[in-house]
Design a protein around this ligand. Sequence first.
Ligand code: IPE
Ligand code: IPE
Ligand code: MG
Length: 254
Amino acid sequence: MTFFSSATKSIPIGNDMPQHIAVIMDGNGRWARKRFLPRVAGHKRGIGVVLELVKACVDHNIGYLTLFAFSSENWRRPADEVSFLMNLFIQGLKREVAKLHENNIKLVLIGDRSRFNAELVTQIEISERLTANNTGLTLSIAANYGGRWDILQAVNKMHIASPELAGRFDEDHLAPYLAMHYAPEPDLFIRTGGEKRISNFMLWQLAYAELYFTDTLWPDFDETAFNLALASYQNRERRFGRTSEQLSEPVSDA
Ligand code: IPE
Ligand code: IPE
Ligand code: MG
């Protein structure tokens, strides 16, 4: 297993293109309401946008795309919306996985699967197995995922594996147990739908991500909107604790 370096432990090498993009796809309900449609019409429409973004990431040679599809708090929604989303998830996987596979995309689900029904768990397993050896874009879907859940499950696993280290655990001990141990930390975080919050997404991994918020609702997030996010990223100065002046000096990991 390869482990990626941590932005708090060593200074990442700068790149014009983000290597990993993490997205909170928000605003489906409002998109539908604006059109006097039921909220779920927005979710349905949102799937097409996911596929377009995946394609754009492949075209841009981006290594990792992580999408927040369902938070650990989304169970609080009306039961019929929750079951619609679960169904959409199953149908979406069934319909799209062959195409993802053809495009050398590796699909991974992050989140607590224990609350999903058997059909969904099976479909996730089939999709992950089919695409496991693909070497192109890694597409991670966060479902029943929460940043706090992730940190806590990792801490518990780490503690069980190495109880003798209690009181001396560091980042390197924790890293292999985090849900996204297989990916570098996100460089760019995008949230559509206008809210300016993290909503319990990748709390640990977003430590040094560039944050981009847009009022565009998820079903309207097209290639032009994505290019605006990339352009914003390319205008950021990523200092990782250093001063501006230091950026032209060779990287040293003090
Ligand atoms: C995001 O859109 C999709 C999920 C959370 C599953 P919303 O459903 O949150 O849409 P708004 O925020 O109500 O418009
Ligand atoms: C965050 O969106 C979760 C997903 C996009 C899956 P929400 O719409 O649920 O977030 P809050 O509750 O408004 O913060
Ligand atoms: Mg929302």
